[in-house]
Design a protein around this ligand. Structure first.
Ligand SMILES: [Ca+2]
Ligand SMILES: [Ca+2]
Ligand SMILES: [Ca+2]
Length: 140
C-alpha cells in the first residue's frame, strides 16, 4: 500500500466514524470491506473467476472450464446521490478462448462499488442468489 493510499485510508476512517452515526446500513457496508480500503478482490463461481486489480483499476475475468458456458462479470455503483441505489455501470465476460479478458474501469472515492460474477449470464443484481457471487461494497 502506497503512502498516499494510507492517507486516504485515514480519511475514509474519519468519514466512516461520521457515517456510523448517520445510518447503520452504510456502516455495515463499510465494515464488510475493511473501511472501504481496496486490495485486490477475487470472486469465484462455477467455471470461472474474476479479480479486481487495485493497481490500475483493472478487472480480469477468466473462464476456467470448457463447459459450454462463459462467465460474466459486472460492476455496480451507488453514488448515494444520483443513482437511486446500485446501478450496473460496467460488464465484462470471458468465454472459451485462450486466456483471460481484462477491462479497466476507474474506481473513484465518491460512492460505493460492488463487483459481481455469474456463470452463463450477466449479473443483474447485487443480491446473492446462490449462483452468482458479489463482493462487499468498496471504493478507492
Ligand atoms: Ca466455460
Ligand atoms: Ca478465455
Ligand atoms: Ca481510481
Amino acid at each position: 500500500m502506497s503512502r498516499s493510499k494510507l492517507a486516504r485510508v485515514a480519511a475514509v476512517c474519519a468519514a466512516t466514524a461520521t457515517m456510523v452515526v448517520a445510518t447503520g446500513y452504510q456502516a455495515m457496508a463499510v465494515q464488510t470491506d475493511d473501511v472501504g480500503v481496496l486490495d485486490n478482490k477475487t470472486l469465484t463461481v462455477r467455471g470461472g473467476k474474476m479479480t479486481f486489480i487495485d493497481d490500475g483499476d483493472v478487472f480480469e475475468i477468466c473462464d476456467t472450464s470448457v463447459n459450454g458456458e462463459s462467465v460474466y462479470g459486472a460492476l455496480f455503483y451507488d453514488s448515494f446521490i444520483g443513482t437511486g441505489g446500485y446501478k450496473r455501470v460496467m460488464t465484462t465476460e470471458d468465454g472459451g478462448d485462450a486466456g483471460c479478458d481484462k477491462k479497466g474501469y476507474n474506481i473513484g472515492n465518491s460512492g460505493w462499488y460492488i463487483m459481481a460474477l455469474c456463470p452463463g449470464r450477466y449479473p443483474t443484481s447485487i443480491l446473492p442468489d446462490g449462483v452468482c457471487e458479489t463482493t462487499g461494497s468498496f471504493n478507492e
